[in-house]
Design a protein around this ligand. Sequence first.
Ligand code: RP5
Length: 162
Amino acid sequence: MSEPKIAIIMGSQSDWKVMEHAAETLQALGIAYEVKVISAHRTPERLVAFTATAEERGLECIIAGAGLAAHLAGVTAAHTLVPVLGVPTGGGPLGGMDALLATVQMPGGIPVGTLAIGKPGAINAALLAAAFMARHDSKLRDRLAAYREEQARKIPETPFES
Ligand code: RP5
């Protein structure tokens, strides 16, 4: 596969059950991606090393998933000009509300585009990244349009169809 255009990073291996949906979506759209476990608090040096080369390696977007006190997306955004999309992975005693607020409430100056909690957010992070990339990639634009058409085809006109 060609050089990754998107990086999917997550704070723990336990986030993969959510973030794999971002990977599946990028795969379906034919977008090259890489996947890494990087914890902002447990492996901070790994985060610094990753962000140091993110721009020069040609990454167009970083999708960062984390739960609980989810600071991964914000700290990643602080270290690079590559756009960062945050996915609160959910779980925990507060059901993901903690991660949602931690991810979305970035003080003005360092943006994180925050998606929904859990699987829908992971899927939409991939689709949103693809939509931005499709502005300068007409073939990807066509694949994105086909993805939507396929999605629409799967919606029955009545609730009684199987
Ligand atoms: C966060 O803590 C991770 O993003 C994960 O969602 C959560 C729990 O991590 P584990 O204890 O499962 O490694 O840093």
